[in-house]
Design a protein around this ligand. Sequence first.
Ligand code: ZN
Length: 408
Amino acid sequence: MKKTVLRKYANLIAKCGVNVQKGQEVFIVAGLDQPEFVKMVAEECYKLGAKRVVIDWSYAPMQKVHMRYASVKTLGTYTDYQIARFEHYLKTIPCRIFIDSDDPDGLRGINQNKMLRVQQKLYPQSKPYTDALENKYQWCIAAVPGEAWAKKLFPKLSKHQATEKLWEAILSTSRVDDDPVAAWEKHNADLKARCDRLNSLGIKELHYTSSNGTDFTVGMIPEAEFKGGGDTSLQGIFFNPNIPSEECFISPMRGKAEGRVVATMPLSREGQLIENFWIRFEGGKAVEWHAEKNEQLLTNIITADEGAAFLGECALVPYDSPIRQSGLLFYNTLFDENAACHLALGMGFADTIRGFEEKSLEECRAMGVNDSMVHVDFMIGSADLSIDAITNSGETVPIFRNGTWAFS
Ligand code: ZN
């Protein structure tokens, strides 16, 4: 891909993505296979006034080595210097950038149960810090094609051709055109108008139906609002957490979900695909589920902790979104979740509560925002999906018809 185009993309991530402020620190998490692009992003951050840019390189084969040889106790304990880093984050509130180039199969063969036990041990140790940082900092996830990831999408092409093709798909769906910053401003305005309309209705619950067997009702938190596109941190800085992003999303009411949802896309998880699955909810909780392929992985997600069986997100995405139109399964949630309406099991977003700035995390959770160590999106949008809103005044308002918005 041309350097000039990549430079625009790197600038988009630094400027629109995290919106680096003068004197702010930046932490970048990136794969070891992307030195050139990560260097560009770091440069763009410095040009915007970043004080310090720190890179955390990741390498899936190394993760597998650790998981194989080190004990659960060792892997599940943060060292003093890792704790010191959390404390540094709390003190300095840096921007965080995640550059995802991961091979979707990179962790294949890893001991799933051991990894889950490690995560379950680490989570309570990092939770005080992540809770204290919630919504305070700007962050952004964006993607760069790793060779293995590109070959997974385009197995018949050479590594080089496959990478170019995935670059094209990433850049076009991320609106990296002549003036990506302007394109994102317009896109954000469109998403905001949709959210404003949804928020004006006083939605009590959403009812989803589709010929594939989805027949599902989910309740809303009275104080919650649909959000989409850019976000504002508690520090008052506007940023775009996901590049790309096509969704209007909300945290539903914990405990209010009934019926069956049928997944319409496979869920890529730890190098494997959970395929053709459905989940049935009762009293807000997943009580029954089945997957034709990799059901155990789905069970691991739903039973990861107490909150994992409850929903944390309802997102509305038209079936004709640019990502859907690309016709690709990206094997990556950042893209695939923007191809169709989805739900997420696990952690909800406290910042969907109106006036969350003046509330504590505990208050938001008491209103019905779910808490869990996992947040796993799965797609339920289809070409014939209908969604109706039942409003507080008892009206039924069409929200989706034939997989897309029922209002313009
Ligand atoms: Zn989402």
